[in-house]
Write a new protein. Structure first.
Length: 134
């Protein structure tokens, strides 16, 4: 999934669009529910919004779900997903603060390719690590 996400991000192969289209049907029903929580009256009001937003079609979540599905059991799968959520939290908070700069970077043609290449290498590294354990 990470390699596919890298190929998609670099705009070299768009196979993940088919997967996202499957999730869009569900998201169409959840989006109005998420909209009910906006604007936030206080920070804790964002919690139910985030719980709904978690259903948004996302390649990274699909990748984590793949690991979760093959983890060996329901409790282990839940642990994988919980740790994925905790692991992505700092990045999501940082991206929220850097959203304006990120928009500028995403418009730069080389940024998408560099990001895609980094993801592809990370995916290949992960595959190598997994197969070296066999």
């Amino acid at each position: 999934m990470t390699i596919l996400l890298g190929l998609y991000l670099a705009r070299w192969w768009f196979v993940l669009l088919k997967l996202e289209k499957l999730g869009n049907g569900l998201w169409r029903h959840l989006k109005p529910l998420a909209g009910r929580f906006i604007p936030f009256k206080h920070p804790m009001a964002a919690l139910p919004f985030g719980m709904v937003w978690g259903w948004l079609p996302c390649g990274l979540v699909y990748s984590a779900l793949t690991w979760s599905a093959v983890s060996g059991g329901a409790l282990e799968g839940a642990r994988v997903m919980a740790l994925f959520g905790l692991g992505t939290l700092p990045t999501l908070l940082a991206l929220g603060g850097l959203a304006g700069q990120l928009r500028h970077w995403l418009n730069h043609p080389g940024f998408r390719q560099l990001s895609g290449i980094l993801l592809i290498f990370y995916g290949l590294f992960t595959l190598f690590q997994a197969f070296s354990l066999l």
